[in-house]
Design a binder for this molecule. Structure first.
Ligand SMILES: Nc1nc2c(ncn2[C@@H]2O[C@@H]3COP(=O)(O)O[C@H]4[C@@H](O)[C@H](n5cnc6c(=O)[nH]c(N)nc65)O[C@@H]4COP(=O)(O)O[C@H]3[C@H]2O)c(=O)[nH]1
Length: 511
């Protein structure tokens, strides 16, 4: 059946590729949407984290700044007199680790040690207010954030322990790293201070600056975090894969359906690719043309002329045989009508009909259409019913065959001898001819048993008063044998092969 899969539209590589493309489309789209969703989700999460961290640092610094601002007006007073005030701020205010007073950029009093003497460099402080230190002489190596409140020559410093800051970074940034940036230094969640620009995050990089203090927090995710998010949603991924499989499967199914034998036959029918060939049937005794058998051929655009036994079974199976036969009958009627004057009177036109075609009265209309236009008595339509597929008798078939008989349509049993028709069957369907199957004719003179079957069929037809046609007559030995037994009609390559209309017209005897 090479002409079905190799049908010209669309090309085979495209047909093989199409389901994969149809499956890939939802896959690419679905994964793309998931990736986009992951980016949005990570951005929202990073922004949320940065906001939380910023709020926490602002809150801590509010306490520290309040302590420094409250102490600054005391700067200049003797240390012994303000030490209590300095310590009270440390005790009273959360997050404040120590407080100091200075005058003219010189520290002179500390909550920890009382009198001290240290220079203050305002340039160390971002915006003159905040300094992220990596430690001081009291706690070297431990981060410290110093807030400076300066009013003219008076200065107060309040410090915030880096432990609180690092702890907040770790707590808030459980799912992603958060960094605190003050001036040119940044604090990592492990409490280490780095004097360099903070590292850039590959995914959803987010930096938020405080509106109250000269600090900012930055957060984000490392490279590959987006795909990790996608992989952490297996249900969504499974849905995408499921949709891709469904799309690929549906596409494959549609393509297969579009290129099923039925679809290909339907296309060919629409394209008028089924055409009639005609094989002569001659009279046994005179050898003159008695008529033709119409045999279907498929003029395939790529495969050329296709034999009926390669596609008729599919046509029968798919239910297209009836419209195909109807189409063939119309073409044959048109062909022969155009040359009616070349046909002998009572010219027999045999057409193969399937049992399915006999299930309703539409066949009667098809026969009427065929005969219309021919002068009465010019042609005799012979419906050939194969003995291999017997018709089930019903009230409709009874009515149909009665009407066909009245219309003058004759019935022949094709391939006779290969099936199981009975005497009752021959009567039921008002059979007029038996066509002896060519397999028996081929053995004439070679196989005594088959010769005996041929003789029996001839004898039977005589007794039942049925006409007889011998199919597949290929040589003169067969012809002479049949003529000797008074077989009325002969058909076979000896007299002519099935040919298209123009060749038939050339072969027709002159009027
Ligand atoms: N070896 C040999 N063969 C010969 C000789 N003389 C005729 N034939 C072939 O025998 C077949 C006779 O037709 P069939 O028995 O109705 O057998 C037909 C018929 O059963 C079916 N068929 C053909 N056209 C139609 C159609 O329009 N409708 C239906 N339902 N079946 C069709 O396909 C079968 C085969 O048709 P074709 O290939 O045209 O083959 C034809 C014909 O070409 C001969 O001397 N030697």
């Amino acid at each position: 059946m090479p002409f079905f899969p190799d049908s010209p539209r669309p090309r085979r590589p495209l047909r093989l590729l199409a389901p994969w493309l149809a499956g890939a489309l939802p896959l690419v789209l679905g994964v793309g949407i998931l990736y986009w969703q992951a980016e949005r989700d990570l951005e929202a999460s990073a922004s949320n984290t940065a906001n939380q961290a910023l709020a926490q640092f602002d809150l801590m610094l509010d306490n520290v700044a309040a302590a420094a601002n409250e102490l600054a007006p005391l700067a200049g007073q003797p240390c012994a007199e303000v030490t209590l005030a300095l310590r009270e701020q440390v005790t009273r205010r959360p997050f404040v680790r120590s407080t100091n007073l200075g005058l003219d950029d010189h520290l002179y009093c500390s909550s920890l040690f009382g009198d001290i003497s240290e220079p203050i460099n305002p340039g160390d402080y971002a915006d003159g207010r905040l300094w992220l230190m990596d430690g001081n002489p009291v706690t070297p190596g431990q981060a410290l954030l110093v807030y400076r409140a300066a009013q003219d020559e008076q200065t107060a410093l309040a410090t915030l322990d880096g432990y609180h800051l690092a702890n907040a970074l770790r707590m808030i940034g459980r799912d992603q790293p958060v960094l605190l940036q003050v001036g040119n230094s940044w604090l990592a969640p492990n409490g280490s201070v780095h004097d360099a620009p903070s590292p850039a995050f590959a995914v959803a990089p987010t930096q938020l600056a405080s509106s109250r203090y000269p600090l900012s927090v930055s957060t984000g995710y490392p490279a590959g975090a987006t795909w990790q998010w996608v992989a952490s949603h297996p249900l969504l991924l499974a849905l995408v894969v499921f949709l891709a499989l469904v799309a690929g499967g549906v596409c494959r199914w549609l393509l297969r359906r579009a290129h099923s034998p039925r679809a290909e036959l339907a296309r060919a029918l629409d394209a008028n690719e089924f055409i009639p060939y005609y094989q002569p049937v001659v009279r046994g005794i005179t050898g003159r043309w008695a008529g033709v058998e119409v045999l279907m051929r498929w003029q395939h655009p790529r495969e050329g002329l296709v034999r009926p036994d390669l596609f008729i079974p599919f046509a029968e199976h798919s239910g297209l045989i009836v419209p195909m036969t109807r189409h063939l009958m119309r073409q044959a009627a048109n062909d022969l009508r155009a040359h009616a004057e070349r046909l002998e009177d009572d010219f027999h036109v045999g057409i193969n009909i399937t049992a399915e075609h006999c299930q309703d009265l539409a066949l009667l209309d098809d026969c009427r259409d065929f005969l219309a236009g021919f002068a009465p008595g010019r042609v005799t339509l012979v419906l050939e019913l194969t003995e291999r597929e017997l018709i089930r008798p019903t009230p409709i078939t009874h009515q149909l065959f009665e009407a066909l008989h009245n219309l003058g349509v004759m019935i022949a049993i094709d391939d006779f001898g290969t099936g199981h028709s009975s005497l009752a069957y021959l009567r039921e369907f008002k059979v007029d001819f038996l066509k002896i199957d060519q397999s028996f004719i081929a053995t004439i003179g070679k196989d005594a048993l088959s010769g005996h079957i041929v003789d029996s069929i001839i004898e039977l037809s005589g007794k039942l008063d049925l006409g007889i046609v011998a199919e597949g007559v290929e040589d003169t030995v067969q012809r002479d044998y049949l003529v000797e037994r008074r077989v009325e009609f002969l058909q076979g390559y000896l007299f002519g092969r099935p040919v298209p209309l123009h060749a038939l017209i050339d072969q027709l005897p002159a009027p």
